[in-house]
Design a protein. Structure first.
Length: 280
């Protein structure tokens, strides 16, 4: 037909084309025997890109986890932070106040806490020390310093022997009568002048405060010339007098001294009492 025939140029109705599927081809495209497709090339498929993406994702997930954990446990850790801060502050104060020259303390004793309402106890005062008698006490009862010192030697000896006050009065009154409270040597006994003395007498070999005689067994000249020894010898003899505490001063003194003037001791009792009161 000629090419310009209109009939030839009209399109004809066509039926759908039915493709024939080869079973072998279908087996290659489905199921577990599907043929692998060729790898597609692109930026996400390269190894460096994968590493970068994986690293970014990991960091993001870690940051989200940390933020979530802090948000969840922020209140739980707050007391712990405060306790650590308090301990750090206390430690810094201790370091600042430490004295490196301070010696080691004694054994530690637990201190019982005192309630806030209870006032702090006032420091206890130390017990007052017993006043020490002066070496040279002030004279009383008309005595001079030498006489008062000799009276003190008599009283000290009696106190050391635990003699009662009455014995002290008897001894001082006896020495007032015998030597006027002076440590006397004897003109009859020249040896007595070899020792400290405060005058002399001439009544046989009687020497010292109580005019005790070496020849009667009171002691050696050197011993009797010491006021402390002479006083101890007197108190020792007084204790051997039966019931001396019930006797009058004159009777007690005469029992020891065996004087030719037994009634002379009583006149000194008042002054002796004053002297003993000033020394005890």
């Amino acid at each position: 037909m000629p090419p310009d025939d209109p009939a030839e140029q009209q399109p004809t109705a066509t039926s759908p084309v039915r493709r024939t599927i080869d079973p072998a081809s279908a087996e290659r495209t489905i199921g577990r025997h599907r043929a692998p497709e060729p790898a597609r090339r692109g930026p996400i498929r390269s190894t460096p890109a994968r590493v970068a993406v994986a690293t970014g994702v990991t960091c993001c997930l870690g940051l989200i986890g940390v933020v979530g954990a802090r948000a969840a446990t922020g209140q739980a850790h707050e007391p712990v932070r405060e306790a650590l801060a308090d301990r750090a502050a206390a430690a810094s104060q201790q370091r600042a106040s430490r004295d490196f020259e301070r010696s080691a303390p004694p054994v530690a004793v637990p201190v019982t806490p005192i309630p806030a309402a209870t006032p702090s106890p006032t420091p206890t005062k130390k017990a007052a020390k017993k006043p020490v008698r002066p070496r040279h006490p002030r004279p009383v009862a008309g005595l001079d310093q030498r006489q008062m010192d000799n009276a003190k030697a008599i009283v000290d000896a009696g106190l050391a022997m635990k003699m009662p006050r009455r014995a002290l009065v008897v001894a001082v009154a006896t020495a007032m009568q015998e030597s006027n409270l002076y440590n006397l040597a004897s003109d009859v006994l020249p040896e007595s002048f070899d020792y400290p003395h405060q005058g002399s007498g001439s009544d046989h070999d009687s020497i010292g405060l109580f005019q005790q005689r070496p020849s009667s067994g009171w002691g050696t000249v050197a011993e009797i010339m010491r006021p402390a020894y002479a006083a101890r010898a007197f108190f020792t003899a007084l204790k051997e007098v039966p019931g001396w505490t019930e006797l009058s001063l004159t009777e007690a003194a005469q029992a020891v001294q065996v004087s030719a003037f037994p009634d002379a001791y009583a006149q000194h009792e008042e002054r002796a009492t004053t002297v003993v009161a000033a020394l005890v």
